[in-house]
Design a protein. Structure first.
Length: 247
């Protein structure tokens, strides 16, 4: 039994080494942070998933992922300054705020986090105020936001699963990048995607799948992602971004 377990661990380690070589990851220490494709889709650990992505997640997507994770605990962010930091950060991802607005939002949210600490409020409430503040820091840090939302969570397994699903919605499948044909970017598809993106309401994803299919899209990954009724979508969704030409 022990021998079988050792063999299984060795095989898993070898798979990760092969993957590291494919991704041109030079340092041996980085290998432990990698997931296999099977592990990626089964994982409930968003921090491991973000670590796996490394620098392949753009600043914009990292910012939007941070905001989406913070919105999972919106009901705990009782101070408007914390919520404002998330909202300003979300707008900044698409260049719709100034540097000053972002810095001010971070400063005000930090005041909330400091106050909560001084008042010795419950730890999870204080840490989630820190997460909101971190959404607006200059260099996006989705792993850090995830740490303060999930790492000290009272939300249990449900929150872990929801956070991991957000990573998959924004990052897609890092093992099999989809090639998106410009011919699929029809006026109907773009209009649907833009409306959902701006409203942050994604119930029309199956309709988007139909529009893309009508345009000739034959990618099962794209169509299935749109039609999966169990999948949660947020700003930064990899399919919406492909349609809108966002990185």
């Amino acid at each position: 039994m022990a021998r079988n377990q050792d063999t299984s661990r060795q095989e898993q380690a070898e798979r990760k080494r092969r993957l590291a070589r494919e991704l041109d990851i030079a340092e041996e220490g980085d290998i432990e942070g990698l997931l296999t494709e099977e592990e990626w889709f089964a994982s409930h650990n968003a921090r491991d998933m973000i670590r796996h992505l490394g620098g392949r997640l753009s600043d914009r997507k990292s910012r939007l992922l941070s905001c989406a994770i913070a919105r999972l605990v919106w009901d705990v962010l009782l101070d408007e300054r914390s919520r404002n930091a998330v909202e300003v950060a979300e707008r900044s991802a698409d260049g719709n705020t100034s540097v000053y607005e972002l810095e001010l939002a971070e400063k005000q949210a930090n005041e909330v986090a400091t106050r909560d600490h001084e008042r010795q409020l419950p730890q999870h409430q204080h840490f989630r105020a820190i997460a909101a503040k971190m959404c607006a820091i200059t260099k996006p840090n989705a792993a850090g936001v995830c740490h303060f939302v999930v790492g000290f969570s009272q939300g249990g397994e449900n929150l872990l699963t929801r956070t991991a699903n957000l990573v998959r919605d924004i990052a897609g499948n890092p093992f099999r990048p989809v090639i998106f044909s410009p011919a699929w970017r029809t006026s109907d598809a773009v209009a649907l995607a833009r409306t959902m993106y701006e409203a942050r309401e994604f119930s029309a994803m199956p309709i988007l799948a139909d529009a893309l299919q009508d345009a000739g899209c034959d990618s099962d990954d794209i169509l299935n992602h749109c039609r999966d009724t169990a999948q949660v979508h947020v700003r930064g969704c990899w399919v919406i971004d492909l349609v809108l030409g966002k990185q």
